[in-house]
Ligand binder design. Structure first.
Ligand code: C2E
Ligand code: MG
Ligand code: MG
Ligand code: MG
Length: 291
């Protein structure tokens, strides 16, 4: 026969018991508190000019230091932010932190580009352009050194209000990057109709170019397409020396990935920069002819 109801419930509770200790998903209240209580911080992943090896800037990647759970990554809270409307205050916080860091670098004579991930909801938000102008003005930001990254899945319609805002941002001097290129459905349309000047090849292609000839063919085609359109082509997710060498050979403009550096805290980024300039200077000395 079948089990009595009480038995079923007790079986079920035994089954879910182990899950009691796995952390549950963060809540809207927690995220809201995180933004006001200074739990949001940024990691910076260096971006280099692939042709000469110089550091040109960094992509700002959001992190959440949750007092109970430790450090949370965007995959665990961006969707929550988007569903709850907290994406707007979160994005403002990210931009503010990025501009502050850039001003800090500027103060130590490092002129670095900062790339910021921007959701479509932010582009469409009322009064965004004025507020953005004010914020960049307050931080004395060089607008040409700010790159706004949008994913192609963002669903920004051509000809619509969002497109008008993107054009205005370009007119201010900001760089506009189409992020994760090659992973969505409308990539070519967006490239054709929206005012992007940078193209980021998705890591799902880049991190396979040394093992998979199809990934390589697609990557080479994207580099060539980007170049013919006059775009800066950025490869993300470079993980090996072989991938790096292939991208240099293919004439790709900019690169980032674990092979160059992981996303770093502001302090670690500083140390990495100093270490790198030190070792580059040493390499240079060593390559000088000895008499
Ligand atoms: P994304 O913009 O494509 O950022 C690159 C992601 O790839 C980052 O993950 C980075 O840590 C990771 N990555 C970089 N190099 C390598 C590599 O060589 N190998 C591998 N396996 N991974 C690499 P992260 O920080 O977890 O960010 C994931 C996504 O979350 C980002 O993808 C971006 O779409 C979104 N995101 C990050 N920061 C923000 C933000 O401030 N606001 C919004 N709205 N979204 C953000
Ligand atoms: Mg990005
Ligand atoms: Mg990307
Ligand atoms: Mg990506």
């Amino acid at each position: 026969g079948f089990l009595p109801k009480s038995k079923l419930i007790s079986d079920l509770s035994t089954y879910i018991e182990p899950l009691k200790h796995t952390p549950k998903a963060p809540t809207e209240q927690e995220l809201s508190k995180a933004i006001t209580d200074d739990q949001i911080f940024l990691a910076f992943q260096p971006q280099i000019d692939l042709q000469n090896g110089r550091v040109i800037g960094a992509e700002a990647l959001v992190r959440w230091h949750n007092p109970e759970r430790g450090v949370l990554y965007p995959d665990s809270f961006i969707r929550l932010a988007e569903q709850s409307g907290l994406i707007l205050p979160l994005t403002w916080r990210v931009i503010e932190l990025a501009l502050k860091q850039q001003a800090q670098w500027q103060a130590q004579q490092w002129e670095l580009n900062v790339a910021i991930n921007i959701p479509a909801a932010f582009i469409k938000a009322e009064g965004m352009l004025d507020a953005f102008n004010l914020l960049t003005h307050q931080h004395h930001s060089a607008l040409g050194n700010i790159s706004l990254e949008l994913t192609e899945t963002a669903g920004v319609e051509c000809l619509g209000y969002a497109c008008h805002i993107l054009k205005a941002l370009r007119q201010l001097g900001c760089q506009l990057a189409l992020d994760d290129f090659g992973t969505g459905y409308s990539s070519l349309t967006q490239l054709y109709r929206l005012p992007f000047n940078e193209l980021k090849i998705d890591r799902s292609f880049v991190s396979r170019i040394d093992q998979d000839k199809d990934a390589l063919a697609i990557t080479l085609a994207i580099i060539s397409l980007g170049k013919s359109l006059g775009l800066t082509v950025i490869a993300e997710g470079i993980e090996t020396a072989a991938q790096h060498a292939m991208l240099v050979g293919a004439g790709c403009t900019v690169g980032q990935g674990y092979f160059i550096a992981r996303p770093l805290t502001a302090g670690a980024f500083n140390a990495w920069m100093c270490e790198r300039s030190h070792s580059l200077a040493q390499d240079h000395e060593e390559s000088m002819p000895l008499r």
